[in-house]
Design a protein around this ligand. Structure first.
Ligand SMILES: [Zn+2]
Ligand SMILES: [Zn+2]
Length: 274
């Protein structure tokens, strides 16, 4: 189950617990607090992950929900019931969750456009481009160390890019390969939806985003939300290796690539000063 890297003595740890259209969940933790980003898998799997990763429940400050699609919220009602954690999200997303799950407004802590302090971490939400009511990506700071998460976006705007510069660890969507989507099993409507600006990010755009970013020394990238029908690990690996070679020929900072998985944990520890 554990695909864990060395994470001792780091400012932040990022654990992609599950990634893909069957369910998404990431845990970000510092030495004193932790936050769950998306709960698209069962409460049992999330609590098991906390146990496996040795994150005490009392350290968890809340659950950030990026948007209301079921692969990001399936575990929410049970998580509220069992752990009583605040659901941290945009007001319109909160309303959708209240309607869908019949949970009360007190369960929510709403996010605007400003940064919020959660435990000893600072979270900055930013808007993404997806067919949900008010989808967000997030950046998370602990001191000088910065992690960011951007999945479920059909395109990456200049504003979004601004949020992603100088990120020590980036969880970035690489959802589909354009050819596999084109010749794959999806209906024409679904293909159009995935490819649209309100859909998902293709491998090539993910690489372009990475190449456009100001990358710090020792940047780590976790490619995430990979489609099972329209993509393969091999294709993402191939493209990221090609980009790395390009970075070298340009004398630019490279990065280390990892890959989110539907079932295995991908765990990375980061510190901006190492
Ligand atoms: Zn999703
Ligand atoms: Zn989505």
């Amino acid at each position: 189950m554990l695909g864990t890297m060395t994470i001792e003595n780091k400012e932040l740890e990022v654990h992609v617990v599950a990634s893909g259209s069957k369910g998404n969940c990431t845990i970000i933790r510092s030495s004193h607090s932790a936050v769950i980003v998306d709960a698209g898998i069962s409460c049992r799997r999330i609590t098991n992950a906390l146990q496996d990763l040795e994150i005490p429940k009392h350290m968890v400050e809340g659950i950030v929900i990026t948007h209301e699609h079921s692969d990001h919220i399936a575990g929410v009602p049970q998580m509220i019931k069992q752990m009583g954690l605040p659901i941290i999200t945009r007001p319109n997303t909160a309303r959708r969750l209240m309607d869908k799950f019949g949970v009360s407004a007190e369960c929510f802590q709403t996010l605007g456009t400003n940064e919020v302090t959660i435990g000893d971490m600072v979270l900055q939400p930013f808007s993404t481009s997806h067919d949900a009511v008010d989808p967000i990506g997030i950046t998370c700071y602990k001191g000088q160390t910065k992690a960011a998460l951007l999945t479920d976006t059909g395109m990456v705007s200049k504003e979004m890019l601004e949020h992603l510069h100088d990120t020590d660890l980036l969880v970035l969507e690489a959802n589909y390969d354009e050819h596999m989507l084109l010749y794959g099993p999806y209906s024409p409507d679904l293909k159009r939806r995935v490819k649209s600006h309100a859909g998902h990010l293709c491998n090539m755009t993910a690489m372009k985003v990475l190449s456009a970013l100001r990358r710090p020394k020792n940047m780590e990238v976790i490619f995430a939300h990979r489609s099972e029908q329209n993509n393969s690990l091999h294709l993402v690996e191939q493209l990221s290796e090609r980009l790395l070679k390009w970075c070298k020929t340009q004398g630019q900072m490279g990065f280390t690539a990892y890959h989110g998985d539907p079932k295995e944990y991908t765990s990375i520890g980061i510190s901006s000063h190492t």
